[in-house]
Design a protein around this ligand. Structure first.
Ligand code: BGC
Length: 700
């Protein structure tokens, strides 16, 4: 048919990555420079000649470095944070610390915005750019990607991760890992495992069941490992009573045995305490210095620490670095194409900004609609970004005011505190609101009362108010969302994100981001509610080691995010997968074809058409539902997606292959994935709450 193209998602691989699909639709996993056998041989040669003192020193870091071994011509190896770009720290003389050889780094939009693009190709490009900057900066190990699942909107580090859905996170992570490591930079999957709160993060104990770990909290790590990630960082918290970095269950059982991880495992900074447990559980490297692993001589003499464990740790570090070619400087690179990276950052922001509301088509703003625009609020002259290890300064930073002025010129007036009269007289009001999120503390779901009051005042004064939200996760919008003419979610959009945001306002960019999280109406609606007093005490100044252990019970089990809302019949303010466009789409002609006699490979195909007047992109989402299972299961689960770019009137046929894993749950009795025979529903939606097509298929 004319104007129709066919997009096959499996098994075709475009530019080294797979476009989308279920678990079987793997990307081309990364292959290190040396095989594990070759790397082991090299590691053994060194290990044999090392003294006990050298070994003891080697298994603990030296600030941001893995120590070198001069005697063997082994250089020290530099690490840097984090997932959304390199955090540069300067010394007193203004030079980058730790021997980093670049003096600027690109501030990309935060990873949660990257997840909102639902575009795995961007994850590849984004991470490849960061990897190139690492190599230009002499950095061999990136302390990212972070991928802890978004369980509660208050989480201080949500912006550093990839949202609430394990399938979406997994597809983005595998592309991130292959993109980053293609440059010779080691990816560090963090924080393994169950690290969902920053509140008392170094004293918290995640109480969680095995099925939930497998279905919700492990798949992104699994995808990263299958993609070839060369390092993992353990989390600060305990899982079921054991510190992650000292836990047999977390490291030996889950990470090493089940997920088959063979490379470097490091602790989070000052995140382990007991040398005996650390060495036995399977950790390789304590960061940033020896704390649990100090006085190794004494601990070995006491029989607490075994020499064979120390050897195993040394070997794992050496193995990883040899395999990656770090010691041989195989991936030497001295230049970084910052212009290209800045463009990747901009393209990511263009695709990750989410349009949540657009009453009466107020957006895009055409010139006649926007004679006089007042801009006010929190992030007008300063850039919204997250803090902590994920803070990236960037360069060529464009604030909102400058971005707006370059498009709207004299129509824009910035007023810090406009009175109701000024607001009323404007044709359009742009209200910037948001949060500053960072590791070490959670934040309230609601903005401070005076800020909420101020926003309510603005939307009441002018019915043409467009609210621009910059936050690292969901915020309470119920008080004012109804009266706002439009709401744009810009997350932390990076150094050029405000350019993208302005393009969305003018219509130069048609928004195509979709929420990677559910945004609830009230915090009480979330499964995590009650883990701490609502909105109170989110920062706790008590010295960390004086806290008692703080249990966080994951009582909701696998029912996280939209799985929770569906099961509890809660309507969120904006559902997972939701986002508007300036055009409209229609899905039709759903076809389900069995790929094998047993029916455990299923081809789902359907047509997506741009039925509106401008070019745009739709994210077609495939959910699977098992209405009659032997265990409680979510009403639906995301198992495939694809972002389709369409010209006006154009349609494309999308094919997504589901495999056995797409239908399976984690069976605690057999300790394996189980897809029960019977009927399953296949749902095609443009969000988790807008299902357009559905059909059934049978597994035997
Ligand atoms: C964070 C890690 C980070 C490390 C090094 C810790 O506080 O939890 O994510 O990589 O610091 O900066």
């Amino acid at each position: 048919m004319k104007g129709k193209a066919l997009i096959k998602l499996l098994p075709f691989i475009f530019s080294g990555f797979i476009l989308s699909g279920a678990r079987c639709q793997t990307i081309q996993p990364f292959k290190p420079h040396l095989s594990i056998g070759e790397a082991d041989r090299k590691a053994d040669e060194i290990l044999r000649r090392m003294t006990p003192d050298e070994k003891a020193a080697f298994i603990a870091g030296d600030d941001m470095l893995i120590r070198g071994l001069k005697r063997f011509n082994i250089p020290s190896v530099l690490m840097a944070d984090a997932t959304g770009g390199i955090r540069l720290a300067m010394d007193e003389s203004g030079k980058p610390k730790w021997g980093v050889t670049i003096n600027k780094s690109t501030a990309f939009p935060c990873p949660l915005l990257l997840a909102a693009t639902w575009n795995p190709r961007l994850a590849y490009n984004y991470a490849e750019s960061i990897g190139e900057e690492c190599r230009a900066g002499n950095i061999h190990i990136l302390l990212g990607p972070g991928m802890n699942i978004y369980r509660i909107s208050q989480g201080g580090r949500n912006f550093e991760y990839f949202g609430e859905d394990p399938f979406l996170a997994a597809r983005m992570i595998e592309n991130y890992v292959t993109g980053l490591q293609s440059t010779g930079t080691i990816a560090t999957l963090k924080h393994f495992l169950g690290n969902q709160t920053e509140f008392k993060r170094r004293r918290s104990n995640t109480v969680v069941d095995e099925r939930t770990l497998h279905e919700i909290y492990m798949p992104a790590f699994e995808a990263g490992i299958n993609a070839g990630a060369m390092a993992v960082m353990t989390a600060y918290n305990q899982v079921n009573g054991q510190w992650c970095g000292e836990s047999d269950y977390v490291i030996k059982e889950l990470l090493r045995k089940e997920l088959g991880f063979k490379w470097l495992v490091m602790s989070d900074w000052w995140g382990v305490y007991d040398g005996e447990k650390v060495t036995k559980a399977g950790l390789d490297l304590e960061m940033p210095w020896a704390t649990a692993l100090k006085n190794i001589k004494e601990q070995t003499a006491d029989g607490k620490i075994q020499q064979s464990d120390i050897d195993r740790m040394v070997k794992s570090i050496l193995r990883t670095c040899f395999a990656m070619g770090v010691y041989d400087n195989v991936n030497a690179k001295t230049e970084s194409d910052f212009d290209k990276h800045e463009q990747v950052a901009l393209n990511t922001a263009r695709e990750g900004i989410v349009l949540l509301k657009n009453s009466n088509g107020i957006l895009p703003l055409s010139n006649n609609k926007a004679r006089k625009i007042i801009v006010t609020g929190k992030y007008v002259t300063k850039l919204a970004r997250g803090g902590g290890a994920a803070y990236v300064n960037g360069y060529n930073n464009v604030n909102l005011l400058d971005a707006l002025k370059s498009s709207f010129g004299a129509q824009i007036e910035y007023i810090e505190n406009p009175d109701a009269d000024r607001l009323r007289r404007a044709d359009i009001v742009l209200a910037s609101v948001g949060t500053f999120d960072e590791e070490g503390s959670d934040r309230a779901f609601s903005l401070p009362a005076d800020e909420e009051k101020q926003i309510s005042g603005i939307v009441s004064a002018n019915k043409n108010t467009i609210v621009l939200v910059n936050a690292g996760g969901g915020i309470r919008m119920t008080g004012w969302a109804g009266k706002a003419a439009a709401i744009l979610y810009g997350w932390y959009p990076g150094q050029t994100g405000n350019v993208a945001l302005t393009e969305v306002l003018t219509g130069k960019t048609n928004p195509s981001g979709k929420l990677p999280v559910s945004i609830e109406k009230r915090f009480e609606d979330t499964p995590g509610y009650g883990y701490l007093p609502n909105g109170k005490d989110v920062t706790d100044q008590t010295p960390e080691n004086e806290h008692p252990i703080y249990d966080v019970h994951y009582n909701e089990g696998i029912f996280v995010g939209y799985r929770w809302n569906d099961s509890q019949k809660i309507d969120p303010l904006f559902p997972f997968g939701y986002g508007l466009s300036y055009t409209s789409f229609a899905c039709s002609k759903l076809k389900i074809t069995r790929g094998s006699a047993s029916g455990d490979s299923v081809m789902v195909s359907f047509e997506v058409k741009n039925t509106g007047k401008v070019a745009g992109a739709e994210v077609a989402q495939v959910y699977v539902s098992d209405p009659k299972a032997s265990v409680p299961r979510p009403e639906k689960e995301l198992k495939g997606f694809f972002k389709v770019f369409l010209k006006p009137g154009e349609s494309k046929r999308v094919e997504i292959v589901l495999n056995k894993r797409s239908f399976a749950f984690w069976d605690v009795h057999t300790k394996s994935w189980k897809a029960e025979p019977g009927e399953y529903k296949i749902l095609i939606g443009r969000s988790s709450r807008e299902i357009e097509l559905s059909s059934v298929t049978n597994l035997q």
